[in-house]
Design a protein around this ligand. Structure first.
Ligand code: LLP
Length: 423
């Protein structure tokens, strides 16, 4: 069920009409539905309920806004973090240290220190050199670091090349066949305690088959390592389950099917399972609300120029991602148009030759399914502002991050003294 639905001809987020937000905050603006996130978190917990007491560690990178994290923390979710910044956010949102997993291929000594100081469930290590660095850091602090090795199972996730991570040529994890040697090496490194294995093969997966292949390989490796005397207690199955973006395509597999598959494959593993969902929890809980600046005639189809751009939402230009676009107050009729932003790049395109609600200058539109990997990937190219974020809960709403524009950016920049003296 979508939490963005029309009521008397006006698109609402839960109980709030979107034009009210646009009027108060301006556009472009990201609008998030609290209850959409809650519903996804609860549905996932239910789908995984036969698995004992799994840790659902929300992938903070998908949407790190502190209000979003606080909402998910209240639902009992932990956090999967990939930087010191994400670790600090998770803690600021009240997520308990033992619910935090630290992933990422390039953790620095400072980041390791931060997480060891504050506490965590485990570091997911991606190489032996990383294990060596962590061993040194832990020793210097007189601590023992709980760790898992992320293995690369060499499966084709079948997703976009830029968001696939589980093939041998990707930078992520250690080759699964090298895991026994790596674990033996780890035994000799003081300050580390091997807890388990982890795997994450990619994002926006639309089939369970590659996940099944990866989990099966992980299970075989856990059994092998145990036979070598490694008492593994956790298995982190990563995130990656896709969500529907284009309603004309078959939807990706649902959470229930995913949960049933995991239950079938992990029977008898005798580990605590960890999951790292990001997009699944927040993707459909957000829209990017934007205003049409003008409609410009084009050689094939008109250009609908909106005030959101690729700096606000990178996914279409970076991954050719498809996002549904519609009017907030449909004026009747349809058009076929290219929806573009104002940035001076030919790639600043949200949709090409798309059939959409007829639009005119001043109309509000939404770019849907932008709760994940949208605001967090925004930039300021063309000296554009960072779009604000609004959180809705029922008929309440609040700005949870204000717009930051030229004034704030200029305040951060300095002209060196030799230039200011010139002339
Ligand atoms: N765990 C790890 C180790 C990850 O690298 C990721 C995502 C996740 C969990 C969460 O994956 P999810 O459940 O959200 O699929 N910017 C791209 C997606 C990049 C995903 C990076 N890693 C996009 O907009 O599609």
């Amino acid at each position: 069920m979508s939490y963005f639905r029309p009521h008397e001809g006006v698109l609402h987020c839960e109980g709030v009409p979107l034009p009210a937000i646009a009027k108060a905050v301006g556009t472009p603006v990201f609008v998030y539905s609290t209850n959409a996130m809650r519903a996804q978190a609860n549905a996932l917990r239910a789908a995984l309920s036969s698995l004992g007491d799994p840790l659902i560690a929300y992938a903070v990178k998908a949407n790190p806004n502190i209000a979003v994290l606080t909402t998910l923390a209240a639902e009992g979710l932990g956090a999967d973090v990939v930087s010191g910044g994400e670790y600090s956010r998770a803690r600021a949102a009240g997520i308990a240290p033992d619910k935090i997993v630290f992933s990422g291929v390039g953790k620095t000594a400072d980041e390791m220190r931060l997480a060891l100081e504050g506490g965590l469930c485990q570091f997911n290590l991606e190489s032996v050199p990383e294990a060596e660095m962590l061993s040194g850091v832990a020793l210097s602090m007189g601590r023992t670091a709980p760790v898992a090795f992320r293995v690369n199972p060499d499966v084709d996730a079948g997703s976009h090349a830029k968001i696939s991570t589980g093939a041998a040529h990707n930078k992520f994890g250690i080759p699964i066949d090298d895991a026994p040697a790596a674990c033996t090496k780890l035994r000799d490194l003081p300050g580390l305690e091997l807890r388990g294995l982890a795997v994450h093969i990619g994002s926006q997966l639309t089939s369970l088959a590659p996940l099944e292949a990866a989990i099966t390989r992980l299970g075989a490796m856990i059994a092998h390592l145990r036979s070598q005397g490694h008492p593994l207690r956790t298995a982190d199955l990563g995130g990656g389950l896709g969500i529907p973006y284009d309603p004309s395509l078959p939807p990706p597999p649902g959470m229930e099917d995913y949960g049933a598959m995991v239950a079938r494959l992990t029977r008898g593993w005798n580990v605590r399972l960890i999951f790292e969902p990001g997009r699944l929890i927040v993707g459909d809980a957000g829209v990017l609300l934007t205003e049409v600046i003008r409609v410009k005639p084009g050689p094939v189809a008109p250009f609908v120029i909106v005030d959101a751009a690729m700096n606000d939402l990178l996914r279409p230009s970076l991954y050719d991602a498809w996002h549904e676009i519609g009017a907030v107050v449909p004026r009747g009729g349809e058009m076929i148009a290219d929806v573009v932003g104002p940035v001076c790049e030919s790639g600043d395109v949200f949709a090409t030759a798309r059939r959409l609600d007829r639009a005119e200058a001043g109309d509000l539109m939404v770019i849907r399914t932008t709760g994940a990997y949208a605001a967090t990937m925004a930039g300021t190219y063309n000296s554009r502002a960072l779009a604000p974020e609004v959180l809705v809960d029922g008929s309440d709403w609040a700005v949870v991050r204000p717009r930051r524009g030229s004034e704030a950016f200029l305040a951060d920049e300095t002209v060196p003294v030799w230039l200011s003296r010139a002339g």
